[in-house]
Ligand binder design. Sequence first.
Ligand SMILES: *[C@@H]1O[C@H](CO)[C@@H](O)[C@H](O)[C@H]1NC(C)=O
Ligand SMILES: *[C@@H]1O[C@H](CO)[C@@H](O)[C@H](O)[C@H]1NC(C)=O
Ligand SMILES: *[C@@H]1O[C@H](CO)[C@@H](O)[C@H](O)[C@H]1NC(C)=O
Ligand SMILES: *[C@@H]1O[C@H](CO)[C@@H](O)[C@H](O)[C@H]1NC(C)=O
Ligand SMILES: *[C@@H]1O[C@H](CO)[C@@H](O)[C@H](O)[C@H]1NC(C)=O
Ligand SMILES: *[C@@H]1O[C@H](CO)[C@@H](O)[C@H](O)[C@H]1NC(C)=O
Length: 398
Amino acid sequence: MLSNIAHFAFLVVLKIPSCMANSRLQIDQQAGLLASICLANVTKQIDLTPRSIVRRSNLNTNPDGSTFLWLPQDEYSGKTFFDGFAFFSDGDPTNGHVNYVNRSRAFERNLVYTQDDGVVIMKGDDSTWLDKGVYRESVRISSYAQYTTGLFILDLNRAPWGCGTWPAFWTLGNGQAGEIDIIEGVHDNQHNQVAWHTKDGCTLTPGANFTGNVVQLNGKDNLDCDGRKNQNSGCGIIEWSRASYGPYFDSIGGGVFAMKWDENGIAVWSFYRAAVPKDIIDGSPDPSQWGAPSAALEPKNCDPLKYFVNHSIIFDITFCGDWAGNSYATSGCPGTCDDRLMDPGNFVNATWSINSLKVYRKQPIKGRITNESASLFASHARSLFIYIFAIISISSAL
Ligand SMILES: *[C@@H]1O[C@H](CO)[C@@H](O)[C@H](O)[C@H]1NC(C)=O
Ligand SMILES: *[C@@H]1O[C@H](CO)[C@@H](O)[C@H](O)[C@H]1NC(C)=O
Ligand SMILES: *[C@@H]1O[C@H](CO)[C@@H](O)[C@H](O)[C@H]1NC(C)=O
Ligand SMILES: *[C@@H]1O[C@H](CO)[C@@H](O)[C@H](O)[C@H]1NC(C)=O
Ligand SMILES: *[C@@H]1O[C@H](CO)[C@@H](O)[C@H](O)[C@H]1NC(C)=O
Ligand SMILES: *[C@@H]1O[C@H](CO)[C@@H](O)[C@H](O)[C@H]1NC(C)=O
């Protein structure tokens, strides 16, 4: 773009040199790179700020003043989505009445596939009648790649829900290396529950800046994330939005969940389809522009680099079990969870429909943005000066 405009200026000035004396280049810290050139014998000011600099608006600042960008690291989508994941086919550690199937069985039974339009489907079996007490087939997959920090952005058309169904999108480390639940719910719930499960010593910070409500225990906010206490309930935050889980989320076309994990803490945002920020759609995410998160674990009372290490990304759909089974009787769902499990028609909405999962890595940018851009402006300015110098030399010669 820059060289085209410079060429254009060159031609115009050659034909009409009279206002040439006013031609100049100006670097304005606020406005960017400006050039005054002759256009139809009138001095015009043109903004030459290169696109690369305008798009740097997703540059973020740490509390210590240092700057960084979230840059693309991994993308899971389309036909290659499942290449990045291992299929877990052991018994469900959360006691779900589920048979997690291996990769070949999952593809053979059409529990996982990629549509022609690139949308990735992952679901529980919704075609087989079962005898009472028989477990329903489903999938649990875990990324080969492991992450310690990152910005994880999941774009979904639908997330699983329905009586007896208990899905989750989460990250998990080995042993005591922590768990971050990004999407989780049961039955026909409408509110997503974000949660952390850690070893001893990690708590939510009271008064932290998020829009959800802390899950209570015995009538009080439970701040303790220790996964070995309270039947592994961890510390949870329920999103306020009725569109964050279940039927309403699906009916409005799904949306985007983002989990940011860095030395400044862990936070989760959810956006229903119509409210997905443009910077996410453009692939240059800028969490500083998204407002307060739905849920946040502040670094003050829980070191995000100590309690969470080497996490795989996991999707699963289980049935009944520790949460969906134990809460079934009070959920408003009909009959018992085991009765519910028999009819495949009860699981038509137990489906993940995924557009993409993108992982961004935090890239520190040395120096400050004003000086960073100033040096970029300067390097472009040099090439433009060469053109202007050429213009002056040629016009003086004429
Ligand atoms: C350009 O402007 C100058 C005065 O600034 C004038 O003398 C000259 O005639 C103009 N040339 C044309 C082609 O209009
Ligand atoms: C996958 O599971 C099916 C059915 O459970 C089994 O027959 C098959 O041997 C398994 N394949 C592998 C590679 O483990
Ligand atoms: C909470 O976060 C929002 C959005 O980032 C910000 O505008 C607001 O000032 C914050 N409030 C507090 C108390 O930090
Ligand atoms: C995390 O993974 C890295 C790279 O594989 C390894 O060097 C490190 O020991 C792991 N840390 C923990 C706590 O497992
Ligand atoms: C599945 O979702 C559709 C659309 O919201 C709804 O009409 C239907 O009752 C749901 N079925 C089950 C079994 O939840
Ligand atoms: C960055 O550049 C601006 C303007 O050129 C200057 O005022 C400021 O002191 C510089 N900051 C640093 C940290 O060098």
